[in-house]
Design a protein around this ligand. Structure first.
Ligand SMILES: *[C@@H]1O[C@H](CO)[C@@H](O)[C@H](O)[C@H]1NC(C)=O
Ligand SMILES: *[C@@H]1O[C@H](CO)[C@@H](O)[C@H](O)[C@H]1NC(C)=O
Length: 333
C-alpha cells in the first residue's frame, strides 16, 4: 500500500525531490480565434501561451503583439520579433479576406467561427514536436503533418478541398514549415530559459474548509478549498485517518489572476459522520509537509465560541449592567 502511494506520488510529481527536475510548462502555442458575423464584419483574437499561462496578446487595431511578461520575447532579437509580427499581420489580413471572399464558393454559412492553434512541445527525452490544427464551427477541420495539410474526417469534402488548395502555395507551406520546425523550437527553449525564475517557482497553497449547500436531509457537503499554489499538479483528498474517502470530488483547476491555481474538493457525507474527517493536501512546494485540516476541530470550536459563548457573555453583561443601574438609581434618588 505504502509502495503504491509512493508510486502514485512519483507519477504526480515527476522527479519529486531531484533538484534539476523540470517543473512548469513545456509547450508554446499561439491561438487564433476569428469570428465572421456576415460578409463584411469580422473580428480576430490572437494570443500566445506557455501551456495554460498566457504570455502574449494581440492588438488587432495596431497589428502588434502585446508582451504580458518582461521576458515574453525569450531570446528572439527585436528584428526577428518585428518580422514575426509582420507575418502575423499579413496572415490575419489574408485569412479574413480569404474567408469572406470564398464563403459562397465553399458554401460556408454565416456566422462562421474558426479556431487555429499552432506551436511546439518539449518532450521528456528532450525532443521537440510541432503541431498545427484548425477548427471550423468548433469541429476539427485540418492539421499539418510534416509538410502536408491533412483534412480532418469531421471537415468532410470541404476540408479535403481546402487542403488541396493550400498545397498549391509552396511559399505559404515554406513559411509555415519554418515557423513550426525552426522558429518555434528555438523560441520555446529561449523563452523557458528567460522566464525560468517565474515558470519554475514554487508557491505554497493556502487551504480552508467550509460547508456547501446541503445535498439532502441529514447530509452535509464538506468543502476543502485549496488556492494560490504553483505549479499546477496538486493532490487533495478527504481522509479518515490514513484512509482516502472514495466519494471525494474535484472541481476543475481554476486560474487565479497571479498565475496560481485554485481547486475545490468536496465530500457528501451523512451529518453524523463528518467528525473525524480531514482534508489532506500534497504539493511540490510543501516538500512533504502535507497540509491537513480536520473537519469539526477548527469549525466547531470557533462556532461554539461564536454561537453560544459570546452571545451568552454579552447577555450576562447586559443583565449585570441593568441590575447595577437599577441598584444605583434606587440608592441615589
Ligand atoms: C454585419 O454584422 C455586424 C455585427 O453583428 C452588424 O453590425 C452589421 O450591421 C452586419 N452587416 C450586414 C451587411 O449585415
Ligand atoms: C535562443 O536559445 C536557443 C536555445 O537555447 C538557441 O537554440 C538559439 O540559437 C538562441 N538564439 C536565438 C536568436 O534564437
Amino acid at each position: 500500500m505504502l509502495l503504491l502511494s509512493f508510486q502514485l506520488l512519483a507519477v504526480l510529481f515527476p522527479g519529486g525531490d531531484s533538484e534539476d527536475a523540470f517543473q512548469g510548462p513545456t509547450s508554446f502555442r499561439v491561438i487564433q480565434i476569428s469570428s465572421f458575423a456576415n460578409s463584411t464584419w469580422a473580428h480576430s483574437q490572437g494570443s500566445g501561451w506557455l501551456d495554460d499561462l498566457q504570455i502574449h496578446g494581440w492588438d488587432s487595431d495596431s497589428g502588434t503583439a502585446t508582451l504580458l511578461k518582461p521576458w515574453s520575447k525569450g531570446n528572439i532579437s527585436d528584428e526577428e520579433f518585428a518580422e514575426l509580427e509582420e507575418i502575423i499581420r499579413v496572415y490575419f489580413y489574408r485569412f479574413t479576406q480569404d474567408i469572406q471572399g470564398s464563403a459562397t464558393k465553399f458554401q460556408l454559412k454565416f456566422p462562421i467561427e474558426t479556431q487555429v492553434t499552432a506551436g511546439c512541445e518539449l518532450r521528456s527525452g528532450g525532443s521537440i514536436v510541432s503541431f498545427f490544427r484548425g477548427a471550423l464551427g468548433g469541429l476539427d477541420f485540418l492539421s499539418a503533418e510534416k509538410d502536408t495539410c491533412v483534412p480532418a474526417p469531421e471537415g468532410g469534402s470541404r476540408a479535403q478541398h481546402i487542403c488541396k488548395l493550400i498545397m498549391q502555395y509552396p511559399a505559404v507551406i515554406n513559411i509555415v514549415r519554418k515557423l513550426l520546425f525552426d522558429t518555434c523550437p528555438r523560441y520555446l527553449l529561449g523563452v523557458l530559459d528567460a522566464g525560468k525564475a517565474e515558470l519554475q517557482r514554487q508557491v505554497k497553497p493556502e487551504a480552508w474548509l467550509s460547508s456547501g449547500p446541503s445535498p439532502g436531509p441529514g447530509r452535509l457537503l464538506l468543502v476543502c478549498h485549496v488556492s494560490g499554489f504553483y505549479p499546477k499538479p496538486v493532490w487533495v483528498r478527504w481522509m479518515r485517518g490514513e484512509q482516502e474517502q472514495p466519494g471525494t470530488r474535484h472541481s476543475d483547476l481554476l486560474p487565479n489572476a497571479d498565475w496560481t491555481w485554485y481547486l475545490r474538493t468536496t465530500l457528501d457525507v451523512a451529518a453524523g459522520e463528518a467528525a473525524g474527517l480531514s482534508c489532506r493536501v500534497k504539493h511540490s512546494s510543501l516538500e512533504g509537509q502535507d497540509i491537513i485540516l480536520h473537519w469539526g476541530h477548527s469549525i466547531s470550536t470557533a462556532s461554539i465560541i461564536l454561537a453560544i459563548i459570546v452571545p451568552s457573555l454579552i447577555l450576562l453583561l447586559c443583565v449585570a449592567l441593568w441590575y447595577k443601574r437599577r441598584w444605583s438609581f434606587q440608592n441615589n434618588p
